[in-house]
Design a protein around this ligand. Structure first.
Ligand code: UD1
Length: 392
């Protein structure tokens, strides 16, 4: 066992980071050669988008909260860089770990590169090849400056190789999001939300929409929701609404959604506040269909075997289409309605091939990552440290 602990600075910023970081952080806490520290940038700050995930995913409270809050992409990125930069200069960690593709991910990776502290990127190499998505820019930049690139699916290594990133830096470890899902599934299945809403298994739809391309244009958003109203005549469509979408629906003039309240039954588009992790997974697991523009949900439905229509032109997660239950339907509301009807009325599944859970989506990704960190950190130490004998 090594004589010293390596200080690892782990970063979360926005909701989808939480389910990736939680299992990894716990695994790090049980590894005696690591001294993990948790930093929350504060990109997401509402209880529903942040604190509830710490509680349900059994993640300790962050050691530091940078409280950057909302803003334009550049002002938010700059605020994270400035505050995280100060923290890193003071505490000089041995490694920085960032997850996913949000603005906080890229900002903290850049700080690591500038401060000459190695960066590990979890969920590296995913590409939509669509640079109009802010996340795509974040992915490319983060991968370019990372020393360790942990991938969730095999397509990622090819993308990284095409960008000139050495294969030696790339480690195929599987999907931390599925680690969280595996650990939470039994509890999530017992969530009371479905019963409270009077939903019958496989007789309702779950909808999430939050990408700027889908929600920022009010006329387009209203057309999309009008199309979805057609299936909502027969199937309740449960719609946990992200704050940015909520504001856009109000601006779009669409009035066909009802805010769900206790005791309310029947079909229609039923909006609820952003759901907690356990309530949400419980909802998705029993849904007849999921309609989404989220990245993570394409993975979760693929693992659970739930039909999923992705309302986007592209996906950075092609394995969910090849082996999972995900179908890309593009961004035409009429096409979405056609495909949704095919699943719900004609019983035609959304999957395009055989449903085979992707390799290493097995709940063990965190252990694999810590194994790689062990070899990497001890290798670095024996190269750079005079007293490396201590570390053997
Ligand atoms: C961010 C990520 C996106 C991820 C999503 C998950 C980037 C570029 N985008 O998008 O990849 O899929 O999180 O939710 O990093 N707001 C609140 N409360 C909060 C946080 C935000 O009300 O706690 C509102 C604010 O009006 C804010 C807006 O939501 O301006 C957008 O927040 P932001 O963090 O910029 O991006 P998201 O749309 O949440």
């Amino acid at each position: 066992m090594p004589a010293r602990s390596f200080r690892i600075m782990n970063v979360v910023g926005a909701r989808p980071n939480m389910m990736k970081m939680a299992p990894l952080f716990r695994e790090m806490m049980s590894a005696s050669f690591l001294d993990p520290v948790l930093v929350h940038t504060g990109q997401h700050y509402d209880y529903d988008l942040s604190q509830v995930f710490f509680e349900q995913l059994r993640m300790p409270q962050p050691d530091y909260n940078l409280e950057v809050g909302s803003g334009t992409h550049h002002s938010q990125t700059a605020a994270v860089m400035e505050r995280f930069g100060n923290l890193v200069r003071e505490s000089r960690p041995d490694l920085i770990v960032v997850v996913g593709d949000v603005n906080s991910t890229m900002a903290c990776a850049l700080v690591g590169a500038k401060e000459l502290i190695p960066v590990a990127h979890v969920e590296a190499g995913l590409r939509s090849f669509d640079r109009t998505m802010p996340e795509e820019v974040n992915r490319v930049v983060t991968d370019a400056v990372s020393e360790l690139l942990f991938t969730t699916e095999e397509s990622a290594a090819e993308n990284l190789e095409r960008e000139g990133i050495s294969r030696e830096k790339v480690h195929f470890v599987g999907n931390l999001m599925i680690d969280s899902l595996v650990q939470a599934l039994d509890t999530a299945r017992a969530s009371a939300l479905k019963a409270r809403m009077g939903l019958e298994p496989k007789k309702y739809v779950v909808l999430t929409l939050h990408r700027p391309a889908n929600v920022d244009d009010p006329e387009r958003l209203a057309r999309t929701l009008t199309a979805i109203s057609e299936i909502a005549r027969d199937f309740p469509v449960v719609f946990p609404v992200h704050p940015r979408t909520k504001a856009k629906i109000a601006a779009s003039g669409f009035e066909g959604a009802r805010e769900w309240r206790s005791g309310m039954t029947g079909a229609g588009i039923l909006t609820i506040p952003p759901a907690s992790y356990l309530d949400f997974i419980g909802l998705v697991d029993d849904a007849a269909l999921v309609i989404t523009d989220s990245g993570g949900l394409q993975e979760e439905t693929s693992y659970l075997g739930v039909d999923c229509l992705t309302f986007r032109e592209n996906t950075e997660r092609p394995v969910t289409v090849l082996q999972g239950t995900n179908r890309l339907v593009g961004t035409d509301p009429d096409a979405l309605l056609r495909e949704a009807r095919a699943v719900l009325y004609d019983g035609r599944p959304s999957r395009n091939g055989q449903h085979v859970p992707p390799r290493f989506w097995d709940g063990q990704a965190a252990g694999r990552i810590v194994g790689v960190l062990h070899n990497y950190l001890l290798g670095q130490a024996s190269e750079g440290c005079a007293s490396h004998q201590d570390l053997r």
